[in-house]
Design a protein around this ligand. Structure first.
Ligand code: DCT
Ligand code: MG
Length: 516
């Protein structure tokens, strides 16, 4: 079958037949004994519910009319996880220990397949299961029911699926600003705490509407909870408001928006009394690095971010240059764009070649740079030579830089090469038909490509938690080059990202679900 008809407006005759089915249905054979379904009427409507119940029964599923403690799967439509949980809490019923709360899309897929299909994150209304061995909420309306509970959402981002559909923006924007403010003040502990809090909220399949919804969610410290509570009550956080008006925060935000300017330089300029970029640029006594000079020169272009269409046009330039010298090379766009983002601050590429010798590998980036220079496309470059050693153990630091040869560039992208953009791009200076784009190229040995790809796909929080998970949960060491098992004292090889997740005993998470 192709599509399930929605029967809200079905003819009366058909409807009465279907309604009848929920009262006394023909004795269909049950084929799948370990599933007991309950379909929630709330927001779905009685006729569609009756239709789905009969259809599922015909396909051999056990579907109950009433909610009972034998139910294993609750299917809902147009309900968020927290709405279903709220509804469940007022039912006077014992809940089974492994109850799945699923979107109707799961049932639709089952009906198509004719059997139960594997449940994935996209089907789960709540990415944890309701358990009876810990407490969730006060469970009103029931004395004899064990309190409903949530099996903890993992504290590790690499065990959560985080798409770009963040339904808690209002909270995560605030927490991100608090984290950034602590970063600017070099309070690492507080910075990490707020980043983890923001990250876990980005993975939730429902919007937090009351503090009750935060029960059982890990990584939410008292400070983060206070911020969430204030936003629920007042619509904004007074602390965040104060930070946004804080001179130091504003200056650091402005200074670090310049390519090549980090915390140290920002601190220095702030102490020297600078508050605007114009003042810095016109001060002849300041010594700027080559990177900062380029950062100021192309500031407007670089700060305007890279759109996906621009990234795709850069991809064509990179492939053309790389394949001119190494035709068998693999060029993969990594970073935020691989995770499905529509905007980025740069475009990241991983390059590797199955057939190249070490010398050919080492020569590629210099040749590519030279190729663009001759074409007049090279606005800035900084080539960092490889310090990669095959037998070196992975780094212990969660934020360590890798040792592959890489190049940080600013390229001139002619806008006529960008799909859907003419020569009259808004915001461009008159007569200027190109845009400066930040590009990172990384060259890695072919046998390390899976580790490099995983590392350069990000997000940074996802990577940090992968490494933290490897260290603390598996006694392994992971970085962009390798995975080392400390118990067995061996390096674990991998040809693909899937194999690395498997070595770590983790469910595979697709790049677009790594936006932690
Ligand atoms: N990365 C890394 N080592 C570095 C720099 C980055 O392993 N020295 C990883 C972390 C994320 C990924 O590479 C890409 O980095 P960014 O471009 O900084 O992040 P992004 O997710 O692509 O974000 P943006 O869209 O802003 O470019
Ligand atoms: Mg990037």
């Amino acid at each position: 079958m192709d599509a399930l008809p929605v029967v809200h407006s079905s003819p009366r005759k058909k409807r009465s037949r279907l309604m009848g089915a929920s009262v006394a249905y023909p004795p269909y054979d049950i084929k799948f004994h370990n599933l007991v379904l309950f379909i929630l009427e709330k927001k779905m409507g009685s006729s569609r519910r009756a239709f789905l119940m009969e259809l599922a029964r015909r396909k051999g599923f056990r579907v109950e009319d009433e909610l009972s403690d034998s139910i294993t799967h609750i299917v809902a439509e147009n309900n968020t996880g927290s709405e279903v949980l709220e509804w469940l809490q007022v039912q006077d019923i014992k809940i089974s220990s492994q109850l799945e709360l699923l979107d109707v899309s799961w049932l639709v897929e089952c009906m198509r397949a004719g059997n139960p299909v594997v449940i994935t994150g996209k089907h789960q209304l709540v990415s944890y299961t309701v358990k009876s061995d810990a407490s969730f909420g006060s469970n009103p309306g029931s004395q004899n029911t064990p309190p409903l509970a949530i099996k903890k959402i993992s504290q590790y981002a690499c065990q959560r699926r985080t798409s770009l559909n963040n339904c808690n923006h209002i909270f995560t924007d605030a927490l991100d600003i608090l984290a950034e403010n602590h970063e600017f003040r070099e309070n690492e502990v507080s910075c990490v705490a707020f980043m983890r809090a923001a990250s876990v909220l980005k993975s939730l399949p429902f919007t937090i509407i009351s503090m009750k919804d935060t029960k059982g969610i890990p990584c939410l410290g008292d400070k983060a909870k206070c911020v969430i509570e204030e936003i629920i009550e007042d619509g904004e956080s007074s602390e965040v408001k104060a930070i946004l008006n804080d001179e130091r925060y504003q200056s650091f935000k402005l200074f670090t928006s310049v390519f090549g300017v980090g915390l140290k330089t920002s601190e220095k300029w702030f102490r020297m009394g600078f508050r605007t970029l114009n003042k810095i640029m016109s001060d002849k006594t300041l010594k700027l690095t080559r990177m900062q000079k380029a950062g100021f020169l192309y500031y407007e272009d670089l700060v305007s971010c890279v759109a996906k269409a621009e990234a795709d046009a850069v991809s064509v330039l990179v492939q053309e240059a790389v394949w001119a010298f190494l035709p068998d090379a693999m060029v993969t766009m990594t970073g935020g764009f691989r995770r499905g983002k529509k905007l980025g601050h740069d475009v990241d590429f991983l390059i590797t070649s199955p057939g190249a010798t070490e010398e050919e590998e080492q020569q590629l980036l210099p040749k590519v740079i030279n190729f663009w220079e001759r074409k007049g496309l090279l606005l800035y470059h900084d080539l960092v030579e490889s310090t990669f050693e095959k037998l070196k153990l992975p780094s212990r630091k969660v934020d360590a830089l890798d040792h592959f040869q890489k190049c940080f560039l600013i390229l001139k992208l002619h806008l006529q090469h960008v799909n859907g953009v003419g020569n009259s791009k808004t915001g461009q200076q008159e007569g200027k038909n190109w845009k400066a784009i930040r590009v990172d190229l990384v060259m890695c040995p072919y046998e390390r490509r899976a580790f490099a790809l995983l590392g350069w796909t990000g997000s940074r929080q996802f990577e940090r938690d992968l490494r933290r998970f490897a260290t603390h949960e598996r006694k392994m060491m992971l970085d962009n080059h390798a995975l080392y098992d400390k118990t067995k004292r061996i390096f674990l090889k991998a040809e693909s990202e899937e194999e690395i997740f498997a070595h770590l005993g983790l469910d595979y998470i697709d790049p677009w679900e790594r936006n932690a």
